[in-house]
Design a protein around this ligand. Sequence first.
Ligand SMILES: *Cc1c(COP(=O)(O)O)cnc(C)c1O
Length: 331
Amino acid sequence: MSRPVPAVFGSEFYPEMPTVAYQNGAWQPVRWQESATITLPAGAHGLHYGSECFEGLKAFCQKNGDIVLFRPDDNIARMRQSARLLDMPIPEADTFREALFELVRRAADYVPDAPNAMYLRPTLVGTDPVIGKAGHSTTSALLYILASPVGDYFKVGSPMKLLVETEHMRCAPHMGRIKCGGNYASALPWLNQAHEKYGANQVLFCPNGDVQETGASNFMLIDGNTIRTKGLTDEFLHGVTRDSVLKVAKDLGYTIDERNLTVAELQKAIENGAEAILTGTAAVISPVTSFVINDKEIPVAGQERALAIRAAITAIQYGDAPDRYGWIHKI
Ligand SMILES: *Cc1c(COP(=O)(O)O)cnc(C)c1O
């Protein structure tokens, strides 16, 4: 079945959604409601003091008609981790998983064919209605999950110009691995400046020359037969796609080199013909087309390797290649 998808990514939602409230020290049963609006107290903790985190994953319609989720347990685990690090009520994995799968079952007819997908957005928000609780964790929360049919975020030939930012950080270093709205807000001034001043598409945050990630995707160099990326620290988001790319690339014969990378090393590698990529759920892999380093634009030579690795992953997602990793979960 090929359904039309909206032109703007994430602008339309399946009309129903599951919600689970945490109240009086316990998670309440799942309730289904319309997805267009939620009712929150005007004093809700999440709106005032940033107790909020979210997830992003996809469901696919495979060639044989199966509707599948890609690595859902990794996203559930990451949201529980984000909630824990923000000292919010931690969703129960089983209830969360069942609500997520039930949503995809109900929305199955709305999951579009390749190269499109159903993007899923679990959201957790602190709901204590007391604005005097600035110095306290929320003791109540709401978990809800949006489902949004989306087109392919990846467009062949589109520019991906990265401004290399060595002065400012994306977010506070201890917040980096938390998937929360506050981190996005924190990166916006630098992103807006990069658009206006350099016509850059994204900012690559490299505080003190340490290459980390962009505002919403992880970063890797494909240098000959070696994939280089920073090893996992608290400073940046541990992408599920990052992990998938490293595992698939290893099986394609690449050497994986996870350690710190400096801007000077990055520049040298690019000038010597290395490829560079961004990884994330929306586009899987976006090849970087140029960098702006110290006001100078440096083009990236190619993207063949990037596209081959991307194709190997999307083949698993759409059922064109066997899933040797246990990533695919049928609804
Ligand atoms: C979500 C996100 C990513 C990518 O994570 P995936 O699990 O691969 O989608 C990378 N960086 C940031 C800051 C993110 O929020």
